[in-house]
Design a protein around this ligand. Structure first.
Ligand code: ATP
Ligand code: MG
Length: 162
């Protein structure tokens, strides 16, 4: 795509954390990001990537437990940047895990609080990440939590912002 620019994924995430902060306090969940982490540049579309991580953060809050945590980690790899959004929530059973990126797919749960959503967030996130030539995957342990991992290509040094 031609609308991709080098951008700091750390700055983008800090902005989202500022935005979600008040909402999260209300839900009694703590959102953490290590401020000392790497700050690699990603080749990306800012608004689109904001949409990806907004959904991952909102899911990590929405499907969490009271007093749970959501932790964001940035890893600077050789050719890519890896962002992990980890939560201590209800998790996703193995029989559902392969469908959560499908449009309108939501897990029906008999117990626990009912959550609202359209089931589109992750399908949109996947389309956006793949348009960046990246990948998104989820691992989960029901009752313990989930980790969503987004891998995005790093901006080449010669493309870096001044
Ligand atoms: P929307 O994002 O469109 O408002 P949604 O959150 O239901 O609605 P997705 O973000 O696409 O839709 O997620 C699909 C389903 O995957 C959710 O309904 C939920 O069942 C499950 N899910 C997603 N993230 C998590 C998570 N962090 N922990 C547990 N379940 C999750
Ligand atoms: Mg969602």
């Amino acid at each position: 795509a031609d609308n991709l620019h080098p951008l700091s994924i750390k700055k983008l995430l800090e902005k989202l954390i500022d935005f979600f902060g008040p909402i999260i306090q209300k839900e009694n969940i703590s959102l953490k990001m290590d401020l000392t982490q790497d700050d690699p540049l990603v080749l990306g579309d800012k608004e689109a990537l904001e949409q990806v991580f907004s959904n991952l953060i909102s899911n990590a809050v929405k499907y969490n437990r009271p007093k749970g945590t959501a932790t964001i980690t940035i890893k600077d790899k050789d050719k890519s940047v890896v962002v992990e959004v980890q939560d201590t929530g209800i998790g996703i059973a193995p029989e559902h895990l392969s469908f959560i990126f499908d449009q309108f797919y939501r897990v029906n749960r008999k117990e626990g609080p009912k959550t609202k959503g359209t089931g589109l967030g992750l399908s949109i996130a996947k389309k956006i990440v793949e348009a960046h030539e990246g990948t998104i995957r989820a691992i989960s342990e029901p009752g313990k939590g989930s980790t969503f991992t987004v891998t995005l290509p790093k901006a080449e040094a010669e493309n870096d912002c001044p």
